[in-house]
Design a protein around this ligand. Structure first.
Ligand code: HEM
Length: 396
């Protein structure tokens, strides 16, 4: 690390996207926060924001920190996603955003996805009977997969299994150039082809998001290309993020029996505890923006045209904002976390993810007094997301 002049960023040689750092990132994030308000990541030619205030301020200033040149960390993904809502500034963003907002209101979700609480109760009943299960594949996967696939309207066939694999892959596709990104390319192509060939309007479930966006395209409000991109974005954004949030929160609770006891005694703590799990593990660790002019961040100049990475995960553990940031506190209720972004791109799926998480952990709190790990969880490094692959659990 070298310091140049006061108005330029601290520089680091740290490889933020190495497997080693992605698997154990939090100590590195703390060091990056301590270096200064802006850190230049030499290996990736990226300016990085790691502190809470700086990340939130940038996210709320889309005129300077723009999404229009893409939010991914490589040019191939930014070109492929150029019609995605993620990669738009106003006024284009407003038109597409309205379609997402309408389709992610609780009323629409309940109409299409049915009784989420009942689905959670049925699943947890079955898992409690088994006693031992996998906290990711048996517990965290089920609701997001069936609900998001129904909402988008994908036919209920074997294509659904592929879609989940593609969604995980799409986040590596958005990472910096390197092995993980190269390996993701064929799968990203396969996903697009599946959508174009199989997710045609006539194949989609009635009343689904897919039907809504194709109808908007037929009316000329959006193009058909935009309709396909929206379905792709919805599936990619809504699956792995929620699965990671649920799996990670279960893992944290298995290691904190006193916190689980508190939740069982007062199940009204479930929403706060679920947010706390998301704060600590941040299912999406980072995205990026490009500066439209020289940007002053606490006295440090980021030159116009620079790609700026913002770390939700580091901001959510910033000791300047949260006391004892590394401690899981079921009562903290961190409603201001940045894990769902902030500003105009704030996640429109936050309500849906919360409905799923609350339903699952409430059903568990009614039936289970003890959550124990029966082995080591596993995780694969991903360029954007953080979550477990497997989580061996026993409940009683
Ligand atoms: C715990 C679960 C989730 C987390 C942590 C999460 C996180 C995020 C983040 C950080 C962004 C902003 C990205 C950026 O601006 O660069 C975002 C946007 C988005 N999310 Fe989520 N998300 C979650 C669940 C969902 C679900 C369930 C859906 C839909 C089914 C969804 C759909 C979207 C969409 C469509 C956007 C783009 C919004 C825009 O650009 O205006 N997300 N999400």
């Amino acid at each position: 690390m070298v310091t140049t002049t006061e108005s330029t960023a601290y520089e680091t040689d740290l490889d933020l996207f190495s497997d080693e750092v992605l698997l154990e990132p939090f100590e590195h994030y703390r060091e990056l926060r301590d270096m200064g308000p802006v850190v230049y990541l030499k290996k990736y030619d990226l300016y990085g924001l790691f502190r809470y205030d700086q990340v939130r301020n940038a996210l709320n200033n889309w005129e300077v920190f723009s999404s229009a040149q893409g939010v991914a960390l490589n040019p191939i993904a930014n070109e492929a996603w150029k019609n995605s809502i993620l990669c738009m500034d106003p006024p284009e963003h407003r038109k597409i955003r309205k379609v997402f907002d309408d389709a992610l209101r609780p009323k629409f979700i309940r109409k299409v996805a049915g009784d989420i609480e009942q689905q959670a109760e049925t699943l947890v009943d079955e898992l409690v009977q088994r006693g031992e299960f996998d906290g990711v594949t048996d517990f965290a996967h089920k609701l997001p997969v069936s609900i998001v696939m129904d909402l988008v309207g994908f036919p209920r066939d074997e294509g659904r299994d592929k879609i989940l694999g593609w969604a995980v892959n799409s986040f590596n596709f958005a990472g910096p150039p390197g092995e993980r990104q190269t390996a993701s390319l064929p799968l990203a192509q396969a996903q697009l082809e599946y959508l174009i060939n199989n997710a045609k309007p006539e194949n989609l479930l009635p009343d689904s998001f897919g039907k809504v966006v194709y109808a908007a395209a037929d009316r000329g409000e959006i193009t058909h290309e935009e309709a396909v991109t929206m379905m792709l974005g919805y599936a990619n954004a809504g699956l792995d993020t929620t699965i990671n949030a649920v799996g990670s929160t279960l893992w944290l609770l298995a290691r904190k029996p006193d916190q689980w006891d508190a939740i069982r005694q007062d199940p009204k703590l479930v929403p706060s505890a679920f947010l706390e799990g998301i704060r600590l593990e941040s299912p999406a660790q980072f995205f990026s923006r490009v500066t439209t002019e020289d940007a002053d961040v606490d006295g440090v100049t980021i030159p116009r045209g620079s790609r700026v990475l913002h770390s939700y995960a580091s901001a959510n553990r910033d000791e300047r904002h949260y006391p004892n940031p590394d401690t899981f506190d079921a009562r903290r209720n961190p409603v201001d976390i940045l894990a769902f972004d902030s500003g105009i791109h704030t996640c429109p799926g936050r309500t849906l993810a919360s409905m799923e998480g609350h339903a699952l952990f409430t059903a568990l709190a009614k039936r289970v007094s003890k959550i124990e790990l029966t082995g080591e969880p596993t995780r694969t490094p991903n360029s954007i997301t953080r979550g477990l692959d497997t989580l061996p659990i026993r409940v009683s």
